[in-house]
Design a protein. Structure first.
Length: 311
């Protein structure tokens, strides 16, 4: 099955829609890079940040990307994602900055939870803010999309943060008629979300059109997992079996990439981009809504983290 064969998908309409999203994202990237002195692109190794990086490279081609990419490394990564990250930055010749959660723990900046259900996902905010301060970044591009979560739907394309990196939804600047003002006040820094108006299906259509490489775990494969709290967690690494839990092999793939301790897989036979497109087109739950444990911690989990400085 190809893009043109997806139910309800008109090829000409879809192509025009994707072209408009692409033009908008590249314009945002260029405007923010022009207005700000020292931007950085946040890169998790997931599909959204892969598309964002691809767009940023296109925005300045044939010149090199004029700013670095930063990975906030929890230390609980999927090995396939780290391998992919290193291969991609080498392929596109971009400078990689790594901000380490483990270093934040070692320095006493954050305290790690212990136990079989502990996650480092919520510790990323401090590490991110420290990385921004250490390198003097005044703007950070992120791959957040409005359809992922209620808090992200509430946030504007340009998100202004105070000296502590905190986000206040009541202090957002208006963006009438898609007019953006990336100028920052003294003491502020800026988060920019060029993919705000994209959906998960838009992301996959862009990946298909431009042959954007992704970590192998986005496609179906056999993995040893355990079913916990309605999710399939990969056994090994940070995921420790609890008494009575029985691991088993399943054919799965990941819809989103994050800390392995709280990112679940979905059972899937989608081994090709065409199969993934069909699967995503039929999905009725967002990728984060189904596979991120931290996002179900409370009704306002994502907004609480964004107020703390999360991207």
């Amino acid at each position: 099955m190809t893009m043109t064969e997806l139910p309800g998908l008109d090829h000409d309409t879809s192509a025009a829609h994707l072209d408009a999203l692409t033009d908008e994202a590249i314009t945002i990237i260029r405007e923010v890079a022009t207005e700000c002195e020292n931007p950085v692109l946040l890169f998790s190794g997931g599909k959204d940040s892969a598309v964002l990086l691809h767009l940023a490279v296109l925005a300045f081609a044939p010149a090199r990307l004029p700013f670095p990419v930063m990975h906030v490394d929890t230390g609980h990564n999927f090995p396939e994602v780290i391998e992919y990250r290193d291969e991609l930055v080498e392929r596109w010749g971009v400078r990689l900055v790594v901000a380490s959660v483990q270093e934040s723990i070692d320095q006493g900046r954050v305290v790690e939870d212990l136990g079989p259900r502990a996650s480092r996902n919520r510790l990323q905010s401090v590490t991110l803010l420290d990385g921004i301060a250490e390198h003097g970044f005044d703007a950070a591009f992120g791959g957040g999309r409005r359809d992922e979560d209620k808090a992200r739907a509430k946030e504007r394309i340009l998100s202004f943060r105070d000296r502590q990196g905190r986000w206040d939804p009541r202090q957002q600047r208006p963006e009438p008629w898609a007019l953006l003002n990336p100028r920052i006040r003294k003491g502020e820094h800026l988060r920019a979300f060029p993919l705000s108006n994209w959906t998960e299906l838009d992301i996959w259509q862009y990946i298909a059109r431009h042959d954007v490489p992704l970590p192998s775990i986005y496609y179906s494969h056999t993995r040893t997992v355990v079913r916990r709290d309605g999710m399939l967690l990969s056994v090994g690494g940070p995921v420790v079996l609890e008494p009575g839990e029985q691991p088993f092999d399943a054919v799965v793939r990941y819809r989103t990439v994050g800390d392995a301790s709280c990112t679940g897989a979905v059972e899937s036979e989608a081994s090709t981009i065409e199969h993934v497109l069909a699967e995503v087109a039929a999905a009725r739950i967002t990728e984060r809504g189904a596979t991120r444990a931290d996002d179900t911690f409370s009704e306002s989990a994502m907004e609480d983290r964004k107020r703390e400085g999360y991207f």
